[in-house]
Design a binder for this molecule. Structure first.
Ligand SMILES: [Zn+2]
Length: 160
């Protein structure tokens, strides 16, 4: 059994055990973690993941087994999308930051990531082409937050 944010016995039941409930109450695991873990289990996917983050209409699943989470022909992603009513992004936890960010921005194209030096310290600029603005998976504020989380430093999308 692959590892998910909730324990194995909580995958098949409608409620959480005391241990998982405590972790949910403290914010260590989220509703998205629980929903994604249970749906993958229901689909029979032998797919572990580290965490699922829901923001602005998308759920980003961070996993070291992306192909297992995605499923053959994307079947798990389609089922998660239908069941949870959110766009699903599967991000390979083993990939480098550039590839992880490129995946989040799809179908918009990532042009590059630049470091900039500001009074407050180092920041990142993630560059996309202006024509791809309408293709971004969610709004700029949500994306800036996600990118900041992934890169570990304040990050802003820059359109050029
Ligand atoms: Zn549990």
């Amino acid at each position: 059994m692959s590892k998910t944010p909730i324990c194995e016995s909580c995958l098949a039941t409608g409620s959480l055990c005391a241990g998982c409930e405590a972790r949910r109450a403290s914010g260590e695991i989220t509703e998205a973690d629980v929903a994604v873990a249970r749906k993958l289990y229901e689909l029979g996917a032998q797919a572990g993941f580290d965490r699922a983050v829901e923001r602005g209409g998308i759920i980003v699943i961070f996993t070291k087994e992306p192909s297992a989470v995605i499923g053959r022909g994307g079947r798990n992603v389609s089922a998660l999308n239908a069941a949870l009513g959110r766009k699903i992004k599967v991000v390979d936890g083993n990939a480098n930051p550039h590839d992880r960010i490129a995946e989040i921005l799809l179908p918009a194209k990532l042009l590059g990531i630049n470091k900039v030096f500001k009074a407050g310290g180092e920041e990142y600029r993630v560059r996309i082409p202006k024509r791809d603005m309408p293709r971004l998976p969610t709004n700029l504020q949500v994306l800036n937050g996600l990118l900041t989380e992934i890169l570990g430093k304040k990050t802003e999308l820059k359109v050029e």
